[in-house]
Design a protein around this ligand. Structure first.
Ligand code: MG
Length: 248
C-alpha cells in the first residue's frame, strides 16, 4: 500500500482508527453495473448475486410445494401464470440491497387492488406491494411500493402499464433471541429512483386486514413473488449482501 493517510491524528470515537488513518482497511472494489432502459436491463454490479437474468426460471420454485416455478418465461422476463401460486427464490439470504424490475399488464382491467397486483415478499414474509397504481386509486397502504397494511409510500411514482419500473430496496431483517425481538426489520425503498421509505421500521410480517406482529424466524429467507391473478412481469432481479453491517 502506498504511503497514504496520517498517524498523528486523534482516534475517532467508537473506532480503533485515527482520523484519516493510513492503516484503516480499504473498501472492497466493486465494478458498478449500468442503468436499465425500457428496451433492455442494465448490467449487474460485479458482486451481485443474480436471482433472475431473464434466461431461465431455474433459480425459482413454487412456494407451495417446491416444484419447478410454474410461471412463464418470455423474452428476457418472467410473467405470472394466474392461479399457479406464488414462487420463491431457491436462494435464501438476509440483509441486502435488492434490485428488481416489474411491468404492469399492458391490458388495463380491474381496479383498486384488482389491477396488476403482485408483490415482493422480503424473506418471504414482508410485502412491498406491486400494483398498477397509474391512475388507479386504492387504499393508501396498498399502493405500489407500500409496506402492505402498514405504511403507504411517500409518493406514487408509478409508470404507465407495460412500462418497466424499478425497485431498489435496502433490507435489514429483524433479529431475535429465542422468543424475544432484539431488533425490528427496517426497509428503504426506491421506485423508479424516487424514495418511498427511508429506513422505515416494520411492525411485523405482512397481514391482510389485521395488525402485524413479530414471531421469531431465521435471519435468512427467500424472495417470494406473488401470484394475485394478474399478468405482471419481472426482470433483472439481483441482490448484494450487506456484509459491511455488524451483526447484532
Ligand atoms: Mg400484492
Amino acid at each position: 500500500m502506498a504511503n497514504v493517510g496520517y498517524d498523528d491524528t486523534p482516534v475517532i470515537p467508537g473506532s480503533i482508527y485515527k482520523v484519516h488513518d493510513g492503516e484503516r482497511p480499504q473498501p472492497r472494489v466493486v465494478t458498478p453495473g449500468t442503468a436499465s432502459t425500457q428496451d433492455a436491463p442494465g448490467t449487474v454490479p460485479s458482486d451481485a448475486v443474480v436471482l433472475f437474468d431473464g434466461s431461465s426460471l431455474a433459480g425459482w420454485v413454487s412456494l407451495k410445494d417446491g416444484s419447478p416455478a410454474p410461471w412463464s418465461l418470455g423474452a428476457g422476463f418472467m410473467e405470472v401464470v394466474p392461479k399457479t401460486g406464488n414462487i420463491r427464490s431457491v436462494a435464501e439470504f438476509g440483509d441486502c440491497q435488492l434490485h428488481l424490475e416489474f411491468a404492469s399488464p399492458a391490458e388495463v382491467k380491474g381496479d383498486s387492488q384488482g389491477r396488476g397486483n403482485s408483490g415482493v415478499f422480503l424473506m418471504g414474509l414482508y410485502e412491498i406491494q406491486v400494483l398498477d397504481c397509474y391512475q388507479n386509486p386504492t387504499y393508501a397502504d396498498g399502493t405500489t411500493g407500500g409496506i402492505y397494511g402498514q405504511y403507504p409510500p411517500l409518493v406514487n411514482a408509478c409508470r404507465p402499464p407495460a412500462a418497466w419500473q424499478q425497485y431498489d430496496i435496502v433490507w435489514e431483517g429483524p433479529r431475535f433471541a429465542g422468543e424475544k425481538l432484539l431488533k425490528p426489520a427496517y426497509v428503504t425503498v426506491f421506485l423508479n429512483g424516487l424514495v418511498l421509505h427511508n429506513r422505515q421500521e416494520l411492525q411485523g410480517p405482512t397481514q391482510h386486514r389485521q395488525l402485524a406482529n413479530y414471531t421469531p424466524h431465521a435471519p435468512v429467507g427467500p424472495l417470494v413473488l406473488q401470484d394475485h391473478n394478474d399478468l405482471v412481469r419481472f426482470r433483472n432481479i439481483w441482490y448484494r449482501p450487506l456484509t459491511w453491517y455488524d451483526e447484532v
